[in-house]
Design a protein around this ligand. Structure first.
Ligand SMILES: NC(=O)c1ccc[n+]([C@@H]2O[C@H](COP(=O)([O-])OP(=O)(O)OC[C@H]3O[C@@H](n4cnc5c(N)ncnc54)[C@H](O)[C@@H]3O)[C@@H](O)[C@H]2O)c1
Length: 419
């Protein structure tokens, strides 16, 4: 069988995760080119991919000067770069595995959806949670009517206080102008999954939220610019945190092969070593979104940066029972009213929960199957036109939040955006 070939732009956390799937699916998949502006990232991945030097590019732009080098281009650069990189790759004839969000600007998202359609390119958005056994089993239970007709869903994204401070106070997504609004950056997954679970469109949203804590006014007395110099007993002390996490996440985001020496040096010079109360961050640290879906289904969603755990929890309430679960714990239950509590044995259905509960591997596998024309149910695959719906919801929620919680009607919002 012919292998599907992939080139990757952006060998950071995400690009590397997808490229590594070539080791998991060696018969089906091959990486033929990689690009990153940081040589250390290319070298780390090439220790196991073994590409010749001429297939390692020092930028996505350099890779895109070449003729087509693979069937699929993985676009895993930063949010604000997606538009340019994805457009050029499509022009060269690539189909895409495009990291979410499609772009950080709604008009760019619309442009990319239209460009894919016009050029006839297949573009799969990395809404990886749809590919996980956890959410697929919730959808199955709903589709089979196990809890009757769904009336309401309560869902929470518990970002985790350290994940929040790493990514959204100090890291790549701390400033909206350079990246995306939080509800898009972190929660376009949720804006995608929640309507998808019940197969209904979102009609209206309202949202509240703010950046309340990680601000100068909450800075404790005596805090220094950099944590290395700080004597306070602070839960967000960068050096204590990152140095205690070697070699795993998130130290391996700072350096692909973290050591005490290189992490200390990165903390001395980068934002990752700065006090969380002295950054120039502006994205919200907590936000809630209410959605009205078709058929009067209500959804209440919360994104919270102040949790111990990093997980998503959900409760689906139907006319005949409830489904509830915890993504990280791989726990999923359902109970018909007055019936027994049933546990869905997720571990019997999946042997690899690494990378977004197994979603990272599964999206790659399903894209391979889709591209080679295998006979399987593709109705939930995250094609760009489907995934764009979640972006409309996220941008509408953000508009509502900025307007103090005013209701935004999706149909009107889309019309205003020219769709
Ligand atoms: N699907 C998900 O659940 C998920 C999770 C996290 C991040 N993301 C998204 O994935 C994308 C990448 O995020 P990440 O966490 O891997 O970030 P990252 O910073 O680890 O990776 C981005 C990489 O792009 C490289 N880069 C920057 N400019 C470049 C250029 N011109 N050419 C080539 N490479 C360039 C950087 O050096 C870096 O290695 C973002 O859009 C992010 O929002 C998606």
């Amino acid at each position: 069988m012919k292998k599907l070939t992939f080139a990757v732009m952006g060998m950071g956390n995400r690009g590397t995760a997808y490229a590594a799937k070539a080791l998991k699916y060696p018969e089906e998949m091959e990486i033929t080119a990689m690009a990153d502006t940081r040589r250390v990232r290319l070298d780390a991945a090439n220790k196991y991919l073994h590409l010749p030097e001429e297939r390692l590019f020092d930028s996505a732009e350099a890779l895109l000067e070449q003729p087509k080098l693979a069937d699929i281009m993985v676009v895993a650069t930063q949010d604000a770069q997606h538009r340019a990189h994805a457009l050029k790759a499509m022009e060269l004839g690539y189909d895409l595995l495009l990291e979410k969000p499609i772009s950080n600007k709604l008009q760019d998202c619309i442009e990319l959806v239209q460009a894919a359609e016009k050029m006839g390119r297949k573009v799969f958005l990395c809404h990886v949670l749809r590919y996980t056994v956890f959410y697929q089993q919730i959808k199955r239970l709903i589709d089979e009517g196990v809890v009757g007709k769904v009336m309401s869903i309560e869902a929470m994204e518990q970002v985790g206080a350290h994940h929040y401070s790493h990514s959204y106070v100090r890291g790549n997504w701390h400033k909206e102008a350079d990246s995306s609004p939080m509800i898009l950056a972190k929660c376009c997954h949720d804006m995608d999954i929640l309507p998808w679970l019940v197969g209904k469109d979102c009609l209206k949203v309202s949202s509240f939220g703010a950046l309340t804590h990680f601000k100068a006014e909450n800075c404790p007395d005596g805090a220094t610019e950099r944590c290395a110099d700080c004597k306070l007993d602070c839960p967000f002390h960068a050096n204590r945190y990152y140095l205690s996490r070697i070699p795993g996440w998130p130290s391996n985001i700072l350096h692909p092969e973290p050591t005490e020496e290189n992490i200390t040096e990165i903390l001395r010079t980068s934002n990752y070593g700065r006090c969380v109360y002295k950054m120039d961050n502006d994205v919200v640290d907590h936000q809630t979104v209410n959605m009205l879906l078709e058929d009067d289904i209500t959804v209440s969603f919360q994104m919270v940066g102040f949790t111990n755990r990093q997980t998503r929890t959900i409760r689906v309430m139907g006319t005949e029972g409830e489904i509830w679960g915890d993504f990280r714990e791989k726990e999923l239950y359902y109970q018909r009213f007055c019936g027994e509590v049933h546990k869905v044995d997720l571990e019997a259905l999946c042997d690899d929960f690494t990378g977004h509960g197994g979603g990272d591997a599964r999206i790659v596998y399903d894209v391979i199957r889709y591209m080679r024309g295998d006979d399987f149910d593709t109705s939930s695959m995250t094609t760009i036109d489907r995934s764009a719906q979640s972006h409309f919801v996220a941008f509408a929620a953000e508009r509502s939040r900025v307007m103090g919680g005013q209701i935004v009607e999706l149909a009107e919002f889309k019309k205003e955006m020219g769709v």
